[in-house]
Design a protein around this ligand. Structure first.
Ligand SMILES: NC(=O)C1=CN([C@@H]2O[C@H](COP(=O)(O)OP(=O)(O)OC[C@H]3O[C@@H](n4cnc5c(N)ncnc54)[C@H](O)[C@@H]3O)[C@@H](O)[C@H]2O)C=CC1
Ligand SMILES: O=C(CO)COP(=O)(O)O
Length: 303
């Protein structure tokens, strides 16, 4: 299987995923927009097509691949975002375009820089197709990377996606130096919010307590390496969103994910108080200290 994998996207995550497969002796082909080669011509005979592009690039990649993928080829999506046009997840977009292919979601607490440094990490590969999940587990498993299979792809995908919004809030909390009590309260109530909307979307509640939910929430909300955390931290310093994004290395998916979540929560009456305040903060409608006051002064309720 040495050369039968293609990774789409040569950003931070595509490069780290490539390195992980190389530990197992794979020689993956990496495609990026600037490589000068035709993607659809490069996927012939690949066992797995691994998409690691940011959310904004997923529809364009799917367009490039129309009519080119064979039904037995496994599509792996490693993107953590939501499509602003359709409100669908990346795996849902891939499934819509290629309904006969096995789709595997890869997600977990996986900061790419730590993986590039050779530090150990764990992740989840989730699919309704058990054989496909097992194949992807074999491709990525190594002493540096522990890979668990899972049969709840939507839950795994949403855990890794929605936690980016809470990571923006966590960066804000740390930027304002609100202390560990406040941070723990934020993460715990953030997880409740993730489970509330995640269950509505069809995810199993227990999935959100696993690596791709709680695990990734802890990593991203506690690490200055996280771009989403950096967005919140910068806003807490009084920078505008444009100023923060201008200095950010790479993509902070939580910014667009917040907008999509607000639409879904509004139209389905799902209570998402942290997400609503992150949205107002991102839009410049409220300052970081005002967001904290608003969160703390809501109506009393039971846990
Ligand atoms: N960096 C990390 O630690 C991790 C990132 N992710 C997720 O992986 C995805 C990519 O993240 P990064 O690699 O960090 O972002 P990045 O900003 O470093 O790279 C994004 C990649 O997407 C490609 N891309 C964007 N639009 C495209 C289009 N229209 N056509 C072709 N290619 C396009 C870019 O060329 C680039 O290769 C995001 O959804 C992120 O949430 C997931 C786990 C870890
Ligand atoms: O998803 C990630 C780690 O699991 C990466 O987080 P950021 O996109 O916030 O850097």
């Amino acid at each position: 299987m040495n050369d039968r994998i293609i990774i789409i996207g040569a950003g931070a995550w595509g490069d780290a995923l490539s390195k992980l497969t190389q530990i197992n002796g794979c020689e993956p082909t990496i495609w990026s927009r600037s490589c000068g080669r035709v993607l659809s011509e490069m996927i012939t005979d690949r066992v797995a097509i691994i998409s690691a592009v940011s959310m904004s690039g997923v529809p364009a990649i799917i367009d490039r691949l129309h009519g080119a993928i064979e039904p037995n080829q496994i599509i792996v999506t490693a993107t953590k975002g939501l499509d602003a046009r359709t409100n669908l997840t990346p795996a849902q977009l891939w499934h819509q375009a290629f309904p006969n292919n096995p789709i595997v979601v890869l997600s977990g607490p996986n900061l790419s820089l730590e993986i590039q440094q050779g530090l150990p990490a764990a992740t989840v590969v989730a699919s309704h197709d058990v054989d496909a999940a097992n194949t992807i587990q074999t491709i990525f498993s190594s002493p540096k990377f522990r890979v668990y299979t899972n049969d709840d792809p939507i839950g795994v995908e949403l855990g890794g996606t929605i936690k980016n919004v809470i990571a923006i809030a966590a960066g804000t909390c740390d930027g304002l130096k609100l202390g560990d009590n406040a941070k723990s309260a934020l993460l715990t109530r953030g997880l409740a919010e993730i489970i509330r909307i995640g269950q509505y979307w069809g995810g199993k509640p227990e999935t959100f307590y696993g690596l791709s939910g709680l695990g990734d929430l802890l990593t991203t909300c506690n690490s200055p390496l996280s771009r989403n955390y950096q967005v919140g931290y910068g806003l807490a310093q009084g920078q505008t969103l444009s100023e923060v994004l201008a200095n950010l290395k790479g993509t902070a998916e939580g910014v667009n994910t917040t907008k999509v979540l607000i639409q879904i929560a509004d139209s389905n009456q799902i209570y998402m108080p942290i997400t609503v305040l992150v949205d107002r903060l991102l839009q410049g409608q409220i300052t970081a200290p005002e967001a904290i006051v608003a969160l703390m002064s809501r109506d009393r309720k039971s846990e």
